[in-house]
Design a protein around this ligand. Structure first.
Ligand code: IMP
Ligand code: MG
Length: 176
């Protein structure tokens, strides 16, 4: 069995992803350099694990990293059904926070997380996403660091799964 079985096409090559991740990391480094407190990157598991691993290594200022796990029931149609399964461990009061997400579709997941984090007395909140499907958006989300806008196709790879598979594919592909 080949790990690429079932992938019908490559949407974004490894090299393109790498260049984009570097570019986002540079923008983050520039925006937060000289700040007294290191920003805290919060990766949403599991989909963002490769993205945040690469992104963080290209950021050349001090940062902290933590993770959250958010449940997404079924197809995420109802925002209120999104629950936090694992919260962060660090104190966020007074901190600059950057949420790192694999892909934003309806925006319900991010809306919920922003709502929760905004009750924690943080200094600022920004969003960094590798992929964005604007055609499927249901709520307004301002993506501060946006990787690629894509069409409404089901994508996998670079951490993103279909039924928990394909996360270890190094490019973004479309499942047939
Ligand atoms: P939403 O923005 O709340 O609708 O949810 C986005 C989440 O849905 C992502 O974090 C993924 O976990 C999942 N998702 C959406 N589109 C895809 C896709 O094309 N492939 C894999 N997961 C997806
Ligand atoms: Mg996700």
């Amino acid at each position: 069995m080949n790990k690429e079985n079932g992938i019908s096409k490559i949407l974004i090559e490894e090299k393109q992803i790498n260049e984009k991740v570097k570019e986002l990391a540079k923008r983050i480094s520039d925006d937060y350099s000289g700040k007294e407190n290191a920003p805290c990157l919060i990766g949403l598991l599991k989909g963002s694990f490769i993205f945040i691993a690469d992104l963080s290594r290209y950021i050349d200022i001090p940062i902290e990293i933590d993770f959250m796990i958010v449940s997404s029931y079924g197809n995420n149609q109802i925002g209120s059904e999104i629950k936090i399964l694992k919260d962060i461990d660090v104190q966020l009061s007074g901190r600059d926070v950057i949420i790192v997400e694999d892909i934003i579709v309806t925006g319900y997941t991010l809306e919920k997380i922003c709502e929760v984090l905004k009750t924690r007395n943080i200094a600022s909140l920004k969003i960094c996403a590798l992929l964005n499907k604007p055609s499927r958006r249901k709520v307004n989300i301002n993506i501060d660091y946006n990787g690629f806008n894509i069409e409404d196709e089901f994508v996998v790879g670079y951490g993103i799964d279909y039924a928990q598979k394909y996360r270890n594919i190094p490019y973004i592909g479309v499942v047939s």
